[in-house]
Design a protein around this ligand. Structure first.
Ligand SMILES: [Zn+2]
Length: 283
């Protein structure tokens, strides 16, 4: 019998050929540049990926770009969009672009978006206020005065499909595309375990009790820096109730009467599809 933990979700596979972190780049070396910022990405029409610009490394032009790593040996650099650039040139929204990307592009673009947010938001030391400098041996900024190191921020979140014997609990937030229902999600608070966050978030959002957690996998979601930890959770009791603000609707859906679901590349959809496969239902 098919088992959910043997299921393939692209983000559970290693990103082959990609070495993360800075490295020394020689003048004249072939490089790839991705440009993003303000939640948008600069399209590059002439590239196969649609987003990677190629160039030869020139320290006068490229020394200030962020080195993401090397893909099959080629340095990948990140350029932060200038203020107003994305709007003036009508760049596409990175969120929707990501969900239509293949798994490899998803990983690289999620890395670029996370690093771009970090660069934009952590330019000064949080302890003494001095302007920080990038380190050349790891993803980190260091304060030249007090030596505090800051690393790209990753915020763990839980995301969970709540199920019972004959139905799935799906909800929608006002931020979703019209008609789309999804799984429940929320940030893990300081000092909290993932399991405690599952109990708390689901109770806060829809007032039901859950248990019997099964971890299915994770996905980076760089808006601005989430790491989604995906679970199934079995319903244990209570009636659905929600606040109408964060959650505008939540219902039990029988397996054969599901509403419109999130994009295929999202972990929420993976949680739903893998559950239905486990139950032997075609989705
Ligand atoms: Zn400092």
């Amino acid at each position: 019998m098919w088992h959910p933990l043997q299921a393939e979700f692209p983000q559970q596979q290693p990103l082959t050929g990609f070495l993360r972190g800075p490295s020394e780049i020689k003048t004249g070396e072939a490089i790839g540049i991705v440009t993003c910022g303000s939640g948008c990405i600069r399209p590059v029409k002439e590239s196969a990926s649609g987003w990677l610009e190629t160039a030869f490394y020139d320290p006068r032009k490229h020394a200030k770009l962020v080195v993401m790593g090397r893909k099959n040996g080629m340095p990948l650099l990140l350029r932060l969009a200038k203020r107003g650039e994305a709007k003036a040139e009508d760049w596409p929204n990175l969120r929707s672009w990501l969900l239509e990307s293949d798994a490899e592009s998803f990983d690289l673009l999620a890395t670029a978006a996370s690093l771009a947010n970090w660069q934009e938001q952590h330019r000064y030391c949080g302890r003494c206020g001095c302007k920080t400098q990038p380190r050349n041996d790891e993803y980190a900024h260091q304060c030249p005065r007090c030596h505090l190191r800051q690393y790209p921020r990753v915020s763990p979140c839980i995301i969970t499909l709540v199920w019972r014997e004959d139905a799935l609990l799906l909800a929608r937030s006002p931020r979703f595309a019209p008609g789309v229902y999804s799984t429940l999600a929320g940030f893990i608070e300081a000092g909290e375990s993932a399991e405690q966050a599952l109990h708390r978030e689901v109770e806060e959002e829809v007032s039901v009790k859950i248990g019997n957690f099964k971890y299915l996998g994770s996905q980076s979601w760089p808006f601005p820096n989430s790491l989604m930890l995906g679970y199934w959770a079995e319903y244990q009791g209570g009636d659905i109730a929600f606040d109408g603000i964060e959650i505008e609707d939540a219902q039990w859906y029988p397996f054969d009467q599901l509403p419109e679901l999130p994009a295929k590349a999202s972990i929420s959809r993976y949680l739903i599809d893998s559950f239905l496969r486990w139950k032997g239902v075609d989705s």
